[in-house]
Design a binder for this molecule. Structure first.
Ligand SMILES: Cc1cc2nc3c(=O)[nH]c(=O)nc-3n(C[C@H](O)[C@H](O)[C@H](O)COP(=O)(O)OP(=O)(O)OC[C@H]3O[C@@H](n4cnc5c(N)ncnc54)[C@H](O)[C@@H]3O)c2cc1C
Length: 421
């Protein structure tokens, strides 16, 4: 085997492309079952550069054996700021999410994959594929700048938001992206650092929102995403506007920017099919991200687990055709497909509203005591859970005033349009 490697030729049963959380979890499941697994990552270190705020639902820690030493803070509340500056406080009784150190989190997960037998190839960027009969594929990559070839029976593609491989297998890519930028700031003050702050305003976050996520009493991640198709300025101008607004409102005074990061993530909708002969696509690469909040780690982990388990079954049967691999998509759709569909619909409605309408909506949520429903049923990971209990209250209260009926009608019309187009 070493001789082949010396001439740049690698063979395996499963090649996982991308050592983010999704790739590492998929690799660890397949490797644990004794299949020869290679996990390749283009960067020289797993987890770097980081491109994430690291807010992860408690469900993820309950469901997966995740590294607890990566937890920096826990949050149970959110403050929603309307475009006009109105604040809606939502607080749950128990912890809803953890804020994690993504670099440590990713590197611990790849360590787990390696400890189970996966072979991690760093500085290895896959760029092309060719088929070898029906049973194998050969991926072309550059490792440390030199060309290498990787022969595998099956590929699990976990390349993140801008993948190369799905298109090469004839799979449709995710059509729109969120562009994100974030500062890690010291010197910011929190009364209690268990509440995230979300700011809605097209001036600094068209198609999404800006955030302050506390790490401690005096440290925070301050950032935003904009939807690429709605952005009209470079991303640095949006974060400048947001920071200026926070300074003007007295939210930021003596602060220091400790770290800057930028990244992209899929804005949905997810890809379907997410598999073809010899390949399954997981995580951001498949659009497994909630379009409302941009959270992609948890569903990426779930998809990766299902892909890993499907891989094991199909390799046992010596059949990795698309007819066998389609089980993977059936299962992830059952697990969180509804959630992605509902949040995509909500995001389309929100993006169609003007800042004035979003302002009214957030004020009404407070006036109608909708926040108590959100506090009771709200769940970062499964946001659709709150929709059905909200509908009757929303209908009842908005029908009481003519002015409010118009807002309801706008939302209903946009929802209907989103459903039929
Ligand atoms: C600004 C910002 C903030 C975010 N905040 C949150 C948050 O708070 N909570 C949350 O849940 N999600 C958040 N997300 C989304 C989250 O980062 C992603 O959903 C998550 O990282 C997806 O994991 P993944 O394993 O699918 O892909 P990634 O984590 O992107 O990993 C893909 C890996 O593949 C490697 N790679 C790519 N192409 C190749 C190739 N051709 N060959 C070899 N290697 C390759 C990359 O280097 C990378 O390491 C945020 C995203 C952004 C941009």
């Amino acid at each position: 085997m070493q001789v082949w490697r010396l001439i740049g030729f690698y063979t395996c049963d499963v090649l996982v492309v991308g050592a983010g959380p999704a790739g590492s979890i998929a690799a660890s499941i397949v490797a644990k079952k004794g299949f020869k697994t290679i996990l390749c990552e283009e960067h020289k270190m797993v987890g770097r550069p980081c491109h994430c705020t690291g807010k992860l639902s408690v469900h993820a820690f309950r469901e997966f054996n995740l590294p607890k030493d990566s937890i920096l803070n826990s949050v149970k509340a959110a403050k929603l700021y309307s475009p006009g500056g109105f604040k809606l406080d939502i607080r749950k009784d128990s912890v809803d999410s953890y804020i994690i150190d993504r670099e440590l989190f990713d590197s611990r997960l790849s360590d787990l994959a390696c400890s189970r037998g996966a072979d991690l190839l760093l500085r290895t960027r896959v760029y092309d594929v060719e088929r070898e009969f029906e049973t194998h594929v050969i991926l072309k990559a550059r490792k440390d700048g030199s060309p290498v070839r990787l022969r595998s029976r099956l590929i699990i593609d976990a390349e993140g938001a801008t993948p190369i491989l799905p298109g090469k297998f004839g799979l449709r890519p995710v059509s729109d992206l969120l562009l994100g930028v974030q500062y890690e700031i010291s010197g910011i003050q929190f009364e209690s650092p268990d509440s995230v702050e979300l700011y809605f305003n097209r001036i600094f976050a068209p198609g999404f929102f800006a955030w302050i996520v506390p790490l401690s009493e005096c440290m925070a991640r301050v950032g935003l995403c904009v939807r690429r198709s709605m952005a009209t300025s470079p991303i640095n101008q949006y974060i400048d506007r947001f920071i200026r607004m926070l300074i003007d409102r007295g939210r930021l005074r003596d602060f220091k920017v400790e770290k800057v990061l930028a990244g992209v993530e899929p804005a949905g909708p997810y890809i379907s099919p997410s598999y073809s002969d010899n390949i399954m696509v997981v995580g951001d690469s498949a659009g497994h991200v909630k379009p409302t909040s941009g959270g992609g780690i948890y569903f990426g982990l779930k998809a990766a687990k299902l892909a890993g388990e499907t891989a094991v079954k199909c390799l046992d049967k010596m059949n990795v055709s698309k007819w066998q691999l389609r089980v993977y998509e059936d299962e992830w759709v059952r697990a969180f497909g509804r959630e992605l569909n509902v949040t995509f619909l909500l995001r389309r409605i929100l993006n169609s509203l003007t800042d004035d309408e979003v302002d009214r909506l957030i004020r009404k949520m407070s006036e109608w005591d909708i926040k108590s429903v959100v506090e009771r049923y709200g769940d970062t990971a499964y946001q659709s859970k709150v929709i059905f209990p909200l509908i009757p209250r929303f209908l009842k209260r908005s029908l009481e005033k003519l002015d409010d009926i118009s807002l309801l009608a706008r939302i209903a019309a946009e929802g209907f349009l989103a459903l039929i187009t």
